[in-house]
Ligand binder design. Sequence first.
Ligand code: HEM
Length: 460
Amino acid sequence: MAPTTTSTVTTDDQSDAITPPGPTGRENLRILRQLFDEPAPALRELADTFGPVCALGFGPVRVAVIGDPTTLRAMMSTNAAAFRWRHRYNKLGLGFVVGRQSLIVSDGEAHRRRRHAVQGAFSPPRLREWTPMVRERTDAIIAEAARTLPTTGVLEWTPLVRRLILEITVNAIFGRSFAGSAEEIGALMRRPQGLLEAPAIRQVPHPFPFTLRSGVRRDRRDLDRLIDVEIDRLRTTEVEDHDDLLGVLVRSGSLSDAEIRDQVVTLLGAGFDTTSAALTWMLLRVGTDPAVAAKIRSEADQRFDEAAERGDMSELPYAGRVVRESLRLHPPGLLGIRMTASDQRIGQFAVRGGTLVVWSPYLAGRDERSWPDAARFDPDRFLDPTEEQRQLSERAWVPFGRGPHMCIGFALAQMELTMALSRLIQRLDIETLAREMPRPVGTVVNRPEGGAVTRVRLRR
Ligand code: HEM
């Protein structure tokens, strides 16, 4: 593509940039639909046919798919002003669900201010304060699994895992006094999350009542009411809970009440579905490999209590590597999206302004050039890597994204996943029944088709 005078944020000379290849005609339409319907096979097909960067779409609908770690790195380190997160597609679904003032659909100064306020709530000391709560919630779920275990000993983990992560997320956001409302909040989040997974046509704005969209609007109003009551309580009473995220947002004084509500709904949505999907995949993976389970257990027997009491995850390095390896192969988001604000050069590729850039941690995590024996589940690939391997994996491990919109909850997610996995495997023998890993289903967040069905035996 020739250099353009309309480009306001051009990172490099475009004269030798390559226009990405891509399908044409019907193939173009077919794979574009599949990409947002069932992303995993579409991403694989595109990478196999056209290489790691390719272009799709027609007319004003332009899409570039990036799964190559080198180009991804170039994209992630490009100035944030080169991209928009508040673009027309995000406004339809995501912006409607989390609110237009959410940091996840904000750009520029508004994003910086909102992100700064939320970031303050994720400090390392606060993370350490949450670890006893994560242990307590995990133990409660283990007790429930034990109580409700069918005589066959076979359990599908999805509902228990979702409840565990919901309870942890609600505790972290609202504080312990709110823990009893987790179920109500979970019910109010169900329809909004369903809307994000629904076909694009159902996300288009319309005035009709009794539809998925009108139901989501109602749920959001109820959720807002609940948040408002808590904001009032925090402002008017001497509150003992000091470790909750909402308290930090209210005390920061830099956000309006409407902005606080949007950030709270964003944290709930972004923190709950993703982390529970990740833990479901992890249990399936560990359940296929008794040697991995034995190492997690032996480490937990020696160090779990200390890790939980001190809030120090470096006490559980093996469980941490299992979490990392599972996120490499099964990132909860198979793709992320942003839009180019103007014509850009991304790595060696020319991408026109207004292109929806679809980047894939799933393709990067399975990139054969970055990961020796990429399909193998091997937590110890992260143990003492060579400098070259460290650099390769650094750019190819992106389940939380990178750059200015990188996941703000990544430390919380890694802490809760490490703690929950370590404790569950310490207390339970889990054996996955499926012979092969199920296919991922879901577009925004993916989980194993059919759930995580395992045989479970309680350990003393
Ligand atoms: C395994 C669990 C998780 C994964 C894989 C994950 C992944 C991601 C990804 C890929 C992004 C987008 C990055 C981009 O667009 O460049 C993101 C953004 C975000 N995540 Fe997470 N996330 C997880 C857990 C959490 C948790 C626990 C929270 C908070 C409770 C959270 C809150 C957010 C927020 C607020 C954003 C938007 C940040 C911004 O736009 O500045 N996430 N996450």
